[in-house]
Design a protein around this ligand. Structure first.
Ligand code: SF4
Length: 443
């Protein structure tokens, strides 16, 4: 099966910006609770992931008393913002700049006496927020029939929900222009939406099946599926790769994949991965095994340990001293132990929070700690075999390495930790590496 992934699949600028902002806020939140009013984006898997980072979506502002509130990419109405400002909360605004532009067009024209017509879905959070900017002069239309039912306004300003279909918007605005004497139409459809929709149209013609990945509650994702269906191509809207198990794809030879603006890449990659292995060839299975092994080694710091061993080997070669496999083992086991112990010393996993290492470190904490301690003991025993000086040196480095991430002084009279002093972290790491890779083989 040939699989073609749309170039435009995945997070748009506004969503990426909002997710980055909320992750950044969550990382530095301290003890404060982080809220998003409504889901930050319309993707249940991303919202679940954010919940694990301590970011709670709430449906009503009454549910927030204090803490930090991140305003979602779709924005909020001025009334809602006012309500938030009266509470004991810090507000971080992640409204997409393109949505903010529509808000300002509406506000300006409502104040100049225009009736505002918003082409979009009445219940969508972006549209409800936009309505808030219209000073009660706004109305929402979904299609041409809804335009026919509007009373005769003198002058109207027309904007679209940013994820509307361009062709439909053109048809609706044509009807509006015929009905009202003064009409100002603004093209507020986001270009990323437009490009995504144009690409799915082409992809649906080129392929014999289309998979659209993204939240079932995401308007722009649903619209992609509708556009593809309109081309007559069998289309499946799924949220994750798991849903593909119940779909018979055996008759399809070329499948196109696209994803909504709020679909994270890791979900789309999972779908592409599933499709590529649908008619699993042995070669692909072998490659997949190698890839998984590599990921496992990076995730568990075995990769760093191998790197340290290689560096020690290079150190011995450059210094023209005999190659000792024991030295290679010392460097590898020491680096593995220090990396792992330091990650596990941080009780909140602050430094790996959000990274691809977090899950495995949290789940296998005890096993990793046991392996790290055994590695350190092995490194010390091997250095002892090499002589008293290497042993003492490694013992000192191990103590320094363990202290690296430990708070020694009580917070009241604590000076800055060594690693908190700008630049010291790199110097500290570089020194430890130099000692491990150059001095030990020398002795
Ligand atoms: Fe912003 Fe466009 Fe993404 Fe909507 S689709 S959040 S307007 S970049």
């Amino acid at each position: 099966m040939e699989v073609k992934l749309a170039k435009t699949a995945g997070f748009c600028m506004g969503v990426k910006r909002a997710v980055d902002k909320v992750l950044d806020v969550a990382r530095h939140r301290g003890k404060k609770q982080v809220f998003t009013y409504g889901p930050i984006i319309h993707n249940p898997q991303t919202v679940e992931l954010l919940k694990k980072r301590g970011v709670m979506p709430v449906d009503k502002l009454d549910e927030i008393e204090e803490g930090i509130v991140v305003v979602r990419a779709h924005g909020i109405s001025p009334e809602e913002r006012e309500q938030l400002e009266k509470k004991n909360v810090e507000i971080f605004d992640a409204t997409c700049p393109r949505v903010a532009r529509v808000q300002s067009i509406i506000m300006k024209h409502a104040l100049s006496g225009y009736k505002i017509i918003i082409v979009g879905e009445r219940e969508h959070p972006e549209v409800t927020a936009l309505m808030g900017y219209s000073s009660d002069q706004g109305t929402v239309v979904r299609n041409r029939e809804a335009v026919d039912k509007l009373p005769p306004y003198e002058k109207v300003c027309v904007v679209a929900q940013t994820t509307q279909n361009l062709e439909e918007y053109d048809e609706i605005t044509d009807t509006i222009k015929k009905k009202f004497p003064v009409v100002e139409v603004f093209d507020t459809i986001c270009r990323s939406t437009e490009k995504r929709q144009a690409e799915i149209r082409e992809l649906a013609v080129e392929t014999d099946g289309i998979i659209i990945v993204g939240g079932k509650n995401s308007a722009n994702t649903k619209r992609l599926a509708v556009i593809s269906q309109k081309q007559g191509t069998p289309t499946f809207h799924i949220e994750t790769a798991d849903e593909l198990r119940s779909i018979d794809l055996s008759k399809h030879e070329k499948i196109g994949v696209s994803a909504g603006a709020s679909t994270p890449n890791w979900i789309t990659d999972g779908v592409v991965d599933y499709l590529l292995h649908y008619k699993d060839g042995k070669r692909l299975r072998k490659l997949r095994g190698l890839y998984n092994l590599w990921i496992f080694m990076v995730r568990t710091d075995i990769y760093s340990a191998i790197g340290a061993g290689c560096l020690s080997l290079v150190g011995m070669l450059f210094q023209g001293i005999g190659i000792s496999i024991i030295n290679v083992m010392i460097a590898a086991t020491y680096v593995y132990a220090m990396h792992t112990i330091n990650r596990l010393q941080d009780r909140n996993f602050g430094r790996i929070k959000g990274s691809f290492r977090e899950e495995t470190y949290v789940r296998h904490k005890d096993t990793y700690m046991t392996l790290a301690v055994l590695s350190l003991i092995m490194a010390l025993v091997l250095s002892f075999v090499q002589g008293t000086v290497p042993f003492m040196l490694l013992l000192l480095m191990s103590l320094l390495g363990i202290l690296y991430n430990i708070t020694i002084f009580p917070p009241r009279w604590r000076l800055k930790r060594l690693v908190d002093i700008p630049g010291s972290k790199n110097v500290f790491t570089a020194t430890a590496w130099a000692l491990a890779t150059v001095l030990i083989p020398l002795f």
